[in-house]
Write a protein that binds this ligand. Structure first.
Ligand SMILES: [Fe+2]
Ligand SMILES: [Fe+2]
Length: 277
């Protein structure tokens, strides 16, 4: 009997490998694929390696998708600014194979699609804000890396908890809250800059001390962690995330400091100015 075989690797719209080249496409698989946005790309490394050896159209697609997501959120970003920030992040995701932390970017890519796109979008939004402040190119790269890896600790939380659509048990909530400390422990051996490390550890701290994991206040939270905290909360509330409803970006912005001064006012001001640029 004739068997249909995948001529190339088939990827999801987020770049996750769904079916490798040579796999037999059964009727059931065909039905599933037809329900998804899929792409057949020339062969790349079997472990979903997104290195610079991967087709350049793949990196382009990942960032085109990011640009689309920003537009869906009514972020009318200046294309030149967006491209500048994309370029910094692209180098981290695709051209940094010799760095020790490279494997972390790969691990993130392979865990959960929505966590990966969240990491990209938070890094892009953080870069867009940081680019309007006085940071050197080196510091911007460190911010991009910290922001891209800000939720790396989630990789140590079971998928069954992260993807749960019903109410979490208290113990599960506590475990998720540990992702900052878990992330901090994961990156210990990778010699990241202080800027990147503080972002991973402090992105859920709030200026009024109501955040976690330490409950520290403004003076103790690094300025870069404050930028990523803002980008993180905006993206998390305006994107898919299990167990919550997606909010409109203007509603999210209005709610930011409603219950107290939790996010830096200057960062919010910069973000709002970017929306209309
Ligand atoms: Fe987080
Ligand atoms: Fe996050």
């Amino acid at each position: 009997m004739f068997k249909k075989v995948a001529k190339e690797n088939i990827y999801s719209e987020h770049g996750a490998l769904l079916l490798s080249k040579g796999s037999i496409i059964t009727d059931e698989i065909q039905r599933k694929l037809s329900r998804l946005n899929t792409f057949e790309l020339p062969e790349r490394r079997p472990l979903k390696d997104i290195s610079k050896n991967a087709p350049s159209n793949e990196s382009q697609r990942i960032f085109d998708n990011a640009a689309n997501r920003m537009q869906q959120k009514s972020l009318n970003l200046d294309p030149e600014r967006f491209n500048r920030s994309s370029l910094i992040l692209k180098k981290i995701i695709f051209d940094a194979k010799l760095n020790q932390w490279w494997m972390l970017t790969q691990a993130l890519f392979n865990y959960l699609d929505w966590l990966y796109t969240h990491s990209i979008d938070v890094a892009l939004m953080s870069l867009l804000i940081a680019s309007q402040k006085r940071y050197s190119d080196k510091e911007l790269k460190e911010i991009a890396l910290g922001a891209f890896l800000h939720d790396i600790g989630m990789l140590l939380i079971p998928k069954t908890i992260l993807t749960k659509t019903t109410t979490l048990e208290d113990s599960e909530k506590q475990l998720i809250k540990q992702h900052c400390d878990l992330g901090y422990s994961v990156i210990q051996e990778y010699n990241l800059s202080n800027i990147s490390v503080n972002i991973i550890l402090q992105h859920h701290e709030r200026l009024d001390g109501t955040g976690f994991p330490r409950g520290i206040s403004e003076a103790y939270i690094s300025p870069e962690a404050q930028i990523v905290a803002l980008a993180d909360v905006i993206d998390a509330n305006t994107s898919y995330y299990p167990r919550h409803t997606i909010k409109d970006i203007n509603t999210v912005l209005q709610e930011l400091n409603k219950k107290g001064l939790r996010f830096d006012a200057e960062n919010i001001h910069i973000f709002k100015s970017l929306m209309n640029s």
